[in-house]
Design a protein around this ligand. Structure first.
Ligand code: GLN
Length: 398
């Protein structure tokens, strides 16, 4: 236990003296930067084409340093996006393969957007507790990279999107190789096999509380028991991993450790706090403490972009363009790099097991607040569907 404690304590101690980021907690927004909105074009509309056009008629709510410049305005935009997102809820379903999750009210929806500079925006069910589920795979990856090192982690798991369901074992079985990435069940179970000799679940929950700035995070015993009774698929994956020599720890202990990690109760606000640290290179912008190395933060964000939404990752990257990790409890952890951490909670899920209203909400705010990873306020004044090569006669760039 002492050995366990020391690994993460040493990690936190080593980082405690870093203060790389200018600390601007007072962070008042620069008001009145000549921001003008054309209210007439902002009417609610569920039509995607109309939404795409809407993004071209609104001045950005972020400045050229990517920071939100108008909290009030951003809040109104998010409220509108929430209303649109709610319309998606009837198309989704809460997860029932873990019976306890089936009891959740599908109509809940909440968001916390926490910018690096300025005030956080919390709307709806942002402080409702729900189980973190697969979002914890990001935390397991972070700790494994920090405690076990990059080489040992990527000896056990790959870095590629799988294009498969999160609990798939088909490719793993036939290809006779390691899991595709650490953000699917097989990959996370392999990571747990690495973590188990190094840290205890108590270490992990303590780190989770710190990195999420939420001392209220506890194990949800009911969800844990419920999943342990019905996890035959994960059990099969874990034994398959053992047969391939990827898991060398006790399989049942590894499975329990993994399932406990999935059963921690968080809120959208706790996820936003974690997202904010990832957005800020692993450092808390309030107390200046470093929670992970730059390299770990970068790897986590990259894998979130390419693999965080399972077999929906490519579509999500195109439509939303914000590195995000989902969980079947309805949580979404998003990182708008150098700008904000975002946590969303919406338990009605789509076919891939991602929050259906949460994805819509992120898509909307990505467009409206211009949070897409590849958006640059310096280049792209008009994000329209016009293309430069459409008119073959005018292909001056060809
Ligand atoms: N605990 C869940 C499982 O292993 C997590 C899955 C998820 O959130 N996608 O099936």
């Amino acid at each position: 236990m002492c050995a366990y404690l020391s690994k993460i304590t040493v990690l936190m101690y080593n980082y405690s003296n870093y203060n790389l980021i200018e600390n601007d907690v007072s962070g008042r927004y620069r008001k009145g930067c000549g921001v003008q909105y054309r209210e007439d074009k902002m009417a609610e509309n569920t039509n995607d084409k109309q939404l795409a056009r809407d993004t071209t008629v609104m001045e950005p709510v972020i400045d050229k340093h990517y920071q939100l410049i108008e909290t009030k305005r951003a809040e109104e935009i998010i409220e509108r996006a929430m209303n649109l997102a709610r319309e998606e809820i009837p198309k989704g379903k809460v997860a029932t393969y873990i019976p306890e999750l089936g009891k959740m009210d599908p109509h809940q929806l909440g968001i916390c957007l926490y910018p690096l500079k300025g005030e956080k925006i919390c709307i709806g069910d942002y402080d409702t507790r729900f189980t973190i589920q697969s979002v914890s795979k990001v935390i397991m990856l972070i700790v494994a990279l920090e405690v076990c090192g990059l080489k040992s982690v990527f000896k056990k798991v790959g870095m590629e999107p799988s294009g498969e369901a999160f609990d798939s074992l088909v490719e793993l079985d036939v290809s006779n190789s390691k899991p595709y990435n650490p953000l699917i069940n097989s990959g996370a179970l392999a990571v747990c096999g690495l973590l188990l000799p190094e840290v205890s679940f108590q270490d992990m929950i303590r780190y989770t509380r710190n990195v999420c700035s939420d001392m209220g995070i506890e194990l949800n015993e009911a969800v844990f028991d419920s999943e342990m009774k019905t996890c035959s698929r994960n059990r099969s994956i874990a034994y398959l991993l053992e047969s391939k020599g990827i898991i060398t720890t006790d399989v049942e202990d590894t499975l329990r450790f993994y399932t406990k990690m999935c059963s921690m109760n968080v809120t959208a606000e706790s996820l936003a706090n974690l997202g904010k640290k990832l957005a800020n290179d692993g450092v808390c912008n309030i107390d200046g403490k470093r929670y992970m190395s730059s390299r770990t933060a970068r790897i986590a964000k990259t894998l979130m972009l390419t693999c965080g939404m399972y077999d929906g990752s490519g579509t999500f990257a195109i439509k939303v363009g914000i590195p995000t990790k989902s969980g079947v409890g309805g949580g979404l952890l998003s990182v708008s790099d150098k700008r904000a951490g975002i946590g969303v909670f919406g338990p009605a899920l789509d076919a891939q097991g991602n929050s259906i209203a949460g994805c819509k909400l992120l898509r909307e705010i990505s467009n409206k607040l211009r949070l897409n990873l590849f958006y640059d306020p310096e280049w792209d004044k008009e994000d329209s569907d016009e293309t430069v090569l459409k008119d073959m006669q005018a292909r001056s760039v060809m």
